[in-house]
Design a protein around this ligand. Structure first.
Ligand code: AMP
Length: 284
């Protein structure tokens, strides 16, 4: 696995690959890898001749009061973890490489960026869309792999690719979970032992709500109430939001008719966690 720090070197490597007609798969990450990241990389390795993984803790997607400084970083650990997989390039640019000058261009994916996490993290998805667009222009992959775990992020990138005719296909990969159901996340390391035990309730509540919907419940308010109650009863977490939105435009629904996304964000003492569940239900 090559570790490349500059855009120039990465482009030189990729143009060689392009001349040989090799297909490139791309996995953007912020590092501190877990099996969720690895599942994306494995899929790319399986489906492409060349896999590029980027590791960049993107400052422009963090708000001034968020955990940019504290975000877990350990390059040695990460390199060791993915070395056996067959990733061709780990691209590790620094901030100067990605943002050498003040950015005057920003990708804004309207509406989709303002709901769910976007309503609590102003500017977050602009930061995400902008860095992903930059990375897509640098790597020019055939396929980009992203996780269902960050469903809103994946939908926003899907729309950006569609709107701007980016010649890349998005592959959304299913959420990898710990044995007890907790969605894997780099931020799980911030949980205390007690919080770690409590955190399982997030996925439990989503699964319970999904089952209730599949049994016929159509009242979104009732579903949201049930999820909130279980989380409030069994954890010390602060509930940031629980939402039931339409899968195609992420708009809140009051009556569940058709496919929906149930999305949850909670804050434990020093970890902000998100999870979601898609519920597919034929329209009546
Ligand atoms: P991050 O490093 O957290 O920015 O995540 C990099 C990519 O990995 C994103 O596309 C995430 O959606 C994806 N990802 C994060 N956690 C998981 C998970 N538990 N299962 C599958 N993919 C994940």
């Amino acid at each position: 696995m090559k570790i490349i720090k500059t855009i120039k070197q990465l482009r030189a490597f990729l143009s060689q690959q392009e001349r040989q007609g090799k297909r490139v798969g791309f996995v953007p990450t912020m590092g501190y890898f877990h099996q969720g990241h690895l599942s994306l990389m494995k899929k790319s390795i399986k489906e492409n001749e060349v896999t590029v993984v980027s590791l960049f803790v993107n400052p422009i997607q963090f708000g001034p009061k968020e955990d940019l400084k504290k975000y877990p970083r350990d390059l040695k650990r990460d390199v060791k973890m993915i070395s056996p997989l067959g990733v061709d390039v780990l691209f590790v640019p620094d901030e100067q490489e990605m943002y050498p000058q003040q950015l005057l261009t920003n990708i804004v994916v309207k509406y989709l960026s303002n709901t769910l996490c976007g309503s609590l993290r102003p500017g977050h998805f602009e930061g995400v869309a902008t860095v992903v667009m930059k990375l897509l222009n640098i790597v020019k992959p055939r396929v980009i792999y992203m996780g269902q775990k960050d469903a809103q992020q994946a939908f926003i990138i899907k729309k950006m690719i569609q709107d701007l005719n980016v010649p890349t296909t998005l592959s959304i990969c299913k959420t990898c979970r710990e044995k007890d159901g907790l969605a894997m996340s780099s931020r799980n390391v911030f949980l205390s032992a007690v919080e770690r035990k409590e955190a399982v309730v997030i996925s439990k509540a989503l699964k319970m709500a999904k089952a209730v919907i599949l049994k016929g419940e159509t009242d979104a308010k009732r579903i949201i109430f049930l999820i909130k109650k279980l989380i409030a009863d069994e954890t010390s977490a602060n509930i940031l939001y629980v939402s039931c939105v339409k899968l195609d435009d992420l708009k809140e629904v009051s009556r569940i008719d058709g496919d929906v996304l149930l999305a949850v964000a909670v804050k434990f003492s020093s970890a902000r966690l998100i999870d979601n569940e898609i519920v597919k239900r034929p329209r009546r």
